[in-house]
Design a binder for this molecule. Sequence first.
Ligand code: C5P
Length: 458
Amino acid sequence: MFLEEVERAAAASKELIRTRRVKVLSQFDADGITSAAILTKALVREDASFEVRILKQLTSDIIADLKPTEDDLLILSDFGSGQLDMLSEVIERTNVVILDHHEPRKFEHPNLIHVNPLLTGEAEMSASIVCYMFAKFLDHRNADLVDIAMIGAAADEADEKWEFKGFIKRVLDEGVAMGKISVVRGLRLYGRNTRPIYKSLAFTFDPFIPGISGSESQAIQFLSDLGIPVKNGTEWRTLKDLTMEEQQKMASAMIMERLRTEDDASDIFGDIHTLFGRPEELQDVREFGTLINACGRTGNHDIALRILLGDYSVMDRCWSVMEGYRATIAQGINWVRNNQKSIVSAPKATIIVARGSISEMVIGTVSTIVLSSGIIDPGKPVFGMAYTADGRIKVSGRVSKALKGINIKDIISAVAESLGGEGGGHVSAAGGLIPRDREADFIRIVGGVEEKGEMIGS
Ligand code: C5P
């Protein structure tokens, strides 16, 4: 069903793509930027006249400014499905293609071509996979973009403990068959090709390794206790530099550490996806995705798109952006650890009231990490709140996938809208914006607290 829908959408779009002024709008995270890269390449192959814009979110203000004419074709990727009620006027004026995977709103119109796996009951998949399928139906040559599709899927955490299932697994198998990707089992540590091993250990929060996750000094001590040298001469060693014996020794020690708090430690292993035909630093699918995410979320969209499309002259710039982005996340996590008075433990949720102390750019990622690492109670949803530059509050909601029956998107959309804001997203990860003066109301409602009161220090 889903494949038939994508095929129909590509066939219906082909002529429009060739004859209209195509305007692509996509989201600023790794899934959105990989989607935009796939569409860029596909549009070049169609000889289309087009422009690409990367946006933080498709807000009502941006939609109001779109004002398309009937000569335009609007393609929205990695958003749009959740904003359909706000898009109706735009859709009246011109043709719109939406390639998305967020929870869709109900809306149909002859001008609208809407592809979303959730509309046909398909399991969740990333927008990059949706765009890849669309591109492949436009022209089979676009099958060579499978690596970009998988970078988006990995960055969007469409896997389970680094294993892809269902439809994405079929796309991955295609990539393997084409000789563009390889899959082997290994330790689930970030930065295997690029980061000093102690940094990989300290920066890994899932699987959480008690005492080591979040602490570079403890990670160095851990390696030294195992007799694993951290340097080779003056060069830091990365995970790929370790001998098989060293890797086994480290895996056994990680299992021991993990068993201190968990019954099962097998989740330290997962599938390692390696890309062929890319520089060594970009061969790990997850690292590449993290790099794109860091560049996209910090406003460096141009270099993110360029590196995905094979312009490696921007590589140094990308890595330095990533260093800064990582430091911002680490500061955010430490702030949560050290500011318990700003963490509201309400009956129905934990709320991180960061105000100006955590950047709106990373409040979602920090919320994900503190929830998965046990810094806060994993048995309840978490909502992160941070001030935005334009005087509002960015809210990010996350719930552990193991907690069934809580739809964070429904909660955030309903509460944000009731407070004069807007929101959307997925069942287990959603976001939104609310007016600055509704902070206490938001905390009270999502926390399940009856009375308004002084719940946090100010
Ligand atoms: O911004 P944050 O990381 O918290 O967003 C979580 C998810 O919710 C993302 O997939 C994002 O695209 C989505 N979202 C949305 N509508 C919003 C805000 C976030 O669909 N207004």
